[in-house]
Write a protein that binds this ligand. Structure first.
Ligand SMILES: NC(=O)c1ccc[n+]([C@@H]2O[C@H](COP(=O)([O-])OP(=O)(O)OC[C@H]3O[C@@H](n4cnc5c(N)ncnc54)[C@H](OP(=O)(O)O)[C@@H]3O)[C@@H](O)[C@H]2O)c1
Length: 287
């Protein structure tokens, strides 16, 4: 039996990217099989085989991940199981059923010491357990799989920094301190999902960096969110990472801005600046 043309199965479909990917693929006319964790635990190898055998999707988008960057430091086994071992199984099963695989990874595979944005071919050197587990997941892919690295994801569904800022800001007496010495590119899940549809639809393979434009810091992003929500942006107080109290268990890259060289080489447009997309997201979240 061969894979079903234009059927896409999306693991982790209840997460930020998974949720928006379900919407984006459906809007683009794909037959979508959403596989939230409750329907498919990607660490259950037999369940993965059964699901993909039954569905025969042309494409699997793996949006499932163990994303708790700090918790992973004390739980490397689970991070490795979800972010690497399960990815290897998915890739193997895709090979067997004739599905293409699109997998997501992170800017945290880089150490952040470079003074320029990271391209797809730059060497990885993760600082954290989470980053190492994602790097190991990347290594489990086949050459014909599609790997999309992204950063600082914020969407309408699931937990993220934008929602945290909005919740904290609703208390006028709350001190709002945010790290101002880590740089990255905020990426709106809906914009990322649109590019996944395009890359998958064009049957692209290899590694692509996909982020919204406009590098900033967490404090810079918090200021933008506050302003968009009608609060005083100066409530966001910049602090250095080493002033965090308590300190976070996982080290983060100082600058993990991703360069979308592969998109440029493929003649594909980059995602827009994050400010415009962030405005739309904050508008939706405040409705
Ligand atoms: N969030 C970011 O800032 C960020 C940055 C860079 C890259 N990425 C990458 O982007 C991808 C999507 O991230 P996201 O932000 O959408 O994460 P998310 O909102 O945390 O979604 C991940 C989803 O995976 C599910 N999941 C966890 N373990 C699973 C398992 N064993 N089997 C099946 N599903 C499982 C989670 O379910 P539960 O909620 O039930 O655990 C959750 O619904 C990931 O590969 C991530 O590494 C994210």
């Amino acid at each position: 039996m061969t894979a079903t043309h234009r059927r896409v199965a999306i693991t982790g479909a209840a997460g930020q990217v998974g949720h928006d990917a379900v919407t984006a693929f459906a809007e683009a006319g794909w037959e979508v099989e959403p596989l939230p964790r409750a329907r498919l635990d990607i660490t259950d190898r037999v369940a993965v085989v059964d699901a993909l055998d039954a569905l025969r999707p042309a494409v699997v988008v793996n949006a499932a991940a163990y994303n708790a960057v700090d918790a992973a430091e004390a739980d490397p086994g689970t991070a490795l199981l979800v972010n690497a071992t399960a990815v290897g199984h998915l890739s193997e099963v895709c090979d067997r059923v004739g599905s293409r695989l699109c997998h997501l990874s992170t800017d945290y595979v880089f150490d952040g010491t470079s003074d320029r944005p990271y391209t797809e071919t730059d060497p990885t050197n993760p600082l954290s357990v989470y980053g190492r587990s994602k790097e190991e997941g990347e290594r489990r892919l086949r050459p014909e799989d599609l790997l999309v690295r992204t950063s600082w994801v914020c969407g309408e569904h699931g937990r993220n920094f934008v929602k945290t800022v909005l919740a904290l800001a609703s208390d006028p007496d709350r001190d709002l301190a945010f790290v101002d010495d880590q740089r990255g590119c905020p990426t709106m899940a809906a914009d990322l999902a649109g590019m996944l549809v395009r890359l998958v639809g064009e049957e692209r393979t290899g590694t692509f960096h996909v982020t919204n434009g406009g590098p900033t810091t967490w404090c810079g992003l918090a200021r933008e969110v506050l302003e968009l929500a009608g609060h005083d942006p100066d409530r966001a107080r910049p602090i250095a990472t080493d002033q965090l109290d308590p300190p976070r268990p996982a080290p983060r890259p100082r600058s993990s801005v991703l360069d979308g060289a592969a998109l440029r080489l493929a003649g594909l447009p980059p995602l827009r600046h994050h400010a415009e997309a962030l405005g739309e997201l904050v508008g939706r979240l405040r409705r």
